[in-house]
Design a protein around this ligand. Sequence first.
Ligand SMILES: Cc1cc2nc3c(=O)[nH]c(=O)nc-3n(C[C@H](O)[C@H](O)[C@H](O)COP(=O)(O)O)c2cc1C
Length: 206
Amino acid sequence: MVESSNLPDHYNDIDKIYDEIWSRLKIGKKDRNSEFHQCYVASTGNEFPSVRTVVLRHVDKDQLTIGFHTDIRSHKINEIKYKSNVTVLLYDHASKIQLKINGIAEINHKNANTKAIWSNIRDFSKKCYLVKNAPGTESSTPTSGYPEQYEDILPSPEELESGYQNFTHVNINIKAIEWLYLHQNGHRRAKFTISKTNIDKQWIAP
Ligand SMILES: Cc1cc2nc3c(=O)[nH]c(=O)nc-3n(C[C@H](O)[C@H](O)[C@H](O)COP(=O)(O)O)c2cc1C
């Protein structure tokens, strides 16, 4: 057993947990080595629930939003158009903290938001949006998806600009966050339900 004086500050303090969630998300966005740099976004598929890894690109505690970048032609966009409710899962193995975030996804494509974001994206990342066919398109041969002339090179800045047509920022308006902290003295689980006027903080059984 761990002495109670050695337990983390948030162990029995639900307000500290809420702050901890946002500071960890912020670190996740900035630090590519953080376990919260990736997250797993679930949406409603046709036949099966759908989930995939994405990089956490946007975190705003005041607006209660998180977000990621993707290709407008990807399956996830069709699923979000069909039903905008998504769940985002994150797990930090070292800290033993899991977050489950429910939200409503909003697709940003060729608008003022994407324009501002695109101007700050590194060339290497811009190249991803130059794939010829939609992500998920079947191919009779192994493929990177890039047009032949871009296969092993970084295209010129002018050429990279055409990727903007496919670039999409998905902004998720958070409705609820569930925290789970695993600890040998007893796990802790809490739920934060967000409404227009209030954030309801509730302990729940792990
Ligand atoms: C570590 C990692 C990070 C990824 N980051 C992204 C990302 O930020 N955006 C994205 O669209 N796909 C990302 N992918 C690829 C997706 O997981 C997925 O394969 C792809 O987007 C197609 O998903 P969909 O068919 O469900 O739309 C990432 C994959 C891995 C393994």
